[in-house]
Design a protein. Structure first.
Lengths: 252, 432
């Protein structure tokens, strides 16, 4: 049974249909990529998987690990093992990164029936993860994402992913706004989390990220539907030829 | 509210000037009556509900038992508290108070003792800032004046530990609810430094009415920090009129934390009465149910090079109502005044309401003044981000509300008080 099974998903926002029948299934252990031009529905799909309000699913289903994912609140999805790495991580003034991470981790652990971590256990775990990502303790003391550079925000996303230990990680345009060094650090962090029990869905406009996070399958999303699927070589083909064959002229 | 004046047993007799002042206060109040929304300064706050209750002026109460662990302090448990004066139903309770140790020359005592032991300083200051003409609540307080506290700091005196005033409404068991009218007098000599913390709270659920008037005299270069937490029960009324005069280079730092009361009004009137004076006045209020919280400020820049900073933040849930009226007045000649004011409110419910009225009145040309007021609800993006990380909705909301409020609390320069107030605000959040 696939870990994630999306069947004929239609969704709209304020009456405007964005997704027009998505079918996608991902097995545990696999990394899939969705590539597509701006406005194709990539971010909508990621938000619907994470449970953001404001989208109406008009048809179809999303089954995650045997559960109806769409019936769960965002926090229940996180506990069930869905993680969305945001394209634009939200800045939250007044809430320290450490408080945020600890509250999140213990919220998820409580729902999973695991023991909550005390302050010492939390710090020990988090510091080790921070070091792997080249993050300083000082970034734990600062307010969530406030004053973080683009690269620091994305590293912070990967840190959260590592701590929350999801079954399915959805990475929404994780490469946007990163220079090549930052991209390599983030990709290394993501690759370290690949494993037989975990699936990943890497959403990106450009092929660049997929040189670092090499996918098993690539899907082309345009006009709210998966137009084509293939192996990792499909990404290179798109890089060379653009999205023109899907009726999209991005130069215009 | 009728001034029944049945009992002056708190204060020593035989002070004609005091008797004359009280008579004048009652006479003025009889002419003015309680303020009504027809007056501009009371447009958004209606004292009708207060006026309908059969108040009785609180008699001396030396007996009501207060459990020792009920007495609050900003000083963490385990550390010795600083000087603390406790008042129960308006009566100073030496048996519950620990007024010392204090540096030589510093006076801290109940108003009754102050009138016996230091009559000259009381006579020289009482009613000099809080004038009875034209202000009904000051007139009423003066007319029924029976208790309060005096803090005198000689020039250069430094109090390292915060002085705490604890005012408890403990009910009477009688049919008529109790009202009292305490006066707080602070005379801070040139260059002195002190921190005062007021706690206002209730033991039990009986309605009470506190009508407090403060007069703060800050001498040249004095630094006075004045923090207040009002968390009385939701049946009670809390009215406070704070008047302050800052001489040359004096500095006042105030913070008002309000979580309690059915209706509260804090009216703060500060005159920067010498060049280079600085007033920082901040606050946070968290109200729900049918609570009404009014914050009204007047910063009067009367001399050059004055600075004022105000940041108030409000969180309103249920059908609560908030009022913020902030007036900054720059008089002719008060050049190089630097005045900023910010009020931000967070409405957690569709039925909560806020009225904000910032007002700048500038009669000098070389000044920097600004004000801002915003009203909003919680940031949906932030809420979703927290929930997507496994934080449930209620916890996510309280994290965001705490972050909002803590930005105001962070303005408190005394770290002990900031920590205590932060935990009081957290307490409000966790007792939905």
């Amino acid at each position: 049974m696939p870990l994630l099974e999306i069947h004929n998903l239609h969704a709209s926002i304020q009456g405007r249909e964005i997704l027009r029948g998505i079918d996608l299934s991902i097995d545990a252990g696999q990394v899939h990529s969705i590539m597509g031009p701006n406005g194709s529905g990539k971010s909508t799909l990621s938000y619907i998987l994470a449970g953001r309000e404001g989208y109406t699913v008009t048809e179809g289903s999303v089954t995650f690990n045997g559960q109806d994912l769409l019936a769960l609140a965002p926090e229940e999805r996180a506990a069930a093992g869905v993680f969305l790495a945001f394209q634009y991580p939200v800045e939250i003034p007044g809430v320290s990164n450490a408080t945020f991470l600890k509250t999140a981790l213990n919220g998820v652990r409580r729902r999973r029936g695991e023991k909550e971590l005390d302050a010492m256990e939390f710090l020990k775990l988090t510091r080790a993860r921070c070091r792997q990502l080249g993050m300083t303790d000082e970034m734990l003391k600062r307010a969530v994402n406030v004053g973080f550079s683009g690269g620091e925000k994305k590293r912070n996303e990967v840190l959260q992913m590592a701590l929350l230990d999801p079954r399915l990680a959805v990475l929404d345009e994780t490469d946007s706004g990163l220079d090549i060094d930052a991209l390599r650090i983030v990709a290394d962090g993501v690759n370290a989390l690949r494993g037989p029990d975990r699936a990943m869905l890497v959403i990106t406009h450009y092929q660049r990220l997929l040189s670092y996070i090499v996918p098993d399958r690539v899907h082309v999303l345009a006009h709210g539907r998966i137009q084509r699927s293939g192996g990792k070589e499909l990404a290179l083909e798109l890089e060379a030829r653009g999205y023109a064959e899907f009726g999209i002229d991005e130069a215009a | 509210m009728k001034p029944d004046a049945e009992d002056y047993g708190h204060l020593p007799p035989g002070l004609p000037w005091l008797e004359a002042l009280r008579t004048e206060g009652r006479r003025r109040f009889a002419g003015l009556g309680l303020p009504t929304p027809r007056e501009e300064a009371w447009r958004f706050t209606n004292l009708g509900a207060l006026d309908r209750l059969p108040w009785r002026t609180a008699p001396p109460d030396p007996v009501t038992v207060i459990p020792p662990d009920f007495l609050p302090s900003v000083v963490p448990a385990g550390e010795a508290p600083g000087p603390r004066l406790v008042f129960v139903n308006g009566t100073w309770r030496p048996d519950l108070s620990t007024p010392g140790p204090l540096p030589h020359g510093v006076v801290l005592t109940g108003l009754g003792s102050a009138l016996s032991d230091h009559p000259a300083v009381v006579e020289a200051h009482l009613g000099r800032l809080a004038a009875v003409d034209g202000h009904a609540l000051i007139a009423l307080n003066t007319g029924l004046l029976a208790s309060g506290a005096l803090l005198v700091l000689p020039a250069g005196a430094v109090l390292e530990r915060p002085v705490e005033l604890v005012m408890i409404g403990a009910g009477s068991g009688a049919d008529r609810p109790l009202a009292w009218h305490p006066r707080l007098l602070v005379v801070a000599g040139a260059g002195s430094r002190a921190t005062l913390v007021e706690h206002h709270l209730s033991l039990g659920g009986d309605p009470a009415c506190v009508n407090l008037v403060a007069e703060l005299f800050l001498g040249a270069g004095a630094r006075f920090a004045h923090y207040k937490v009002q968390r009385e029960n939701p049946a009670s009324f809390h009215l406070a009129t704070v008047t302050g005069r800052l001489e040359r280079d004096a500095g006042y730092e105030g913070f008002l934390l309000t979580t309690g009361g059915r209706l509260s009004r804090n009216e703060i009137r500060l005159v920067l009465d010498g060049p280079g004076a600085t007033a920082r006045l901040n606050g946070a209020y968290l109200v729900r149910g049918r609570q009404h919280c009014d914050t009204t400020t007047l910063i009067d820049h009367a001399h050059p090079r004055g600075t004022s900073r105000q940041m108030f933040k409000g969180v309103l849930d249920g059908e609560a109502r908030g009022v913020f009226q902030g007036q900054v007045l720059v008089r002719p000649g008060a050049q190089q005044t630097d005045g900023h004011q910010l009020h931000r409110a967070l409405l957690l419910s569709d039925h909560a309401q806020i009225d904000a009225k910032p007002e700048l009145e500038i009669h000098a040309d070389d000044v920097k003044c600004s004000h801002g007021a915003t009203v909003g609800d919680l940031d949906e993006d932030a809420l979703f981000y927290l929930r997507a990380r496994g934080i449930d909705r209620d916890r996510a909301r309280s994290l965001l509300v705490a972050a909002f409020i803590n930005e105001a609390i962070a303005e408190i320069t005394n770290p002990t008080v900031a920590a205590a107030f932060e935990s009081l605000a957290d307490g409000w959040l966790t007792t939905g």
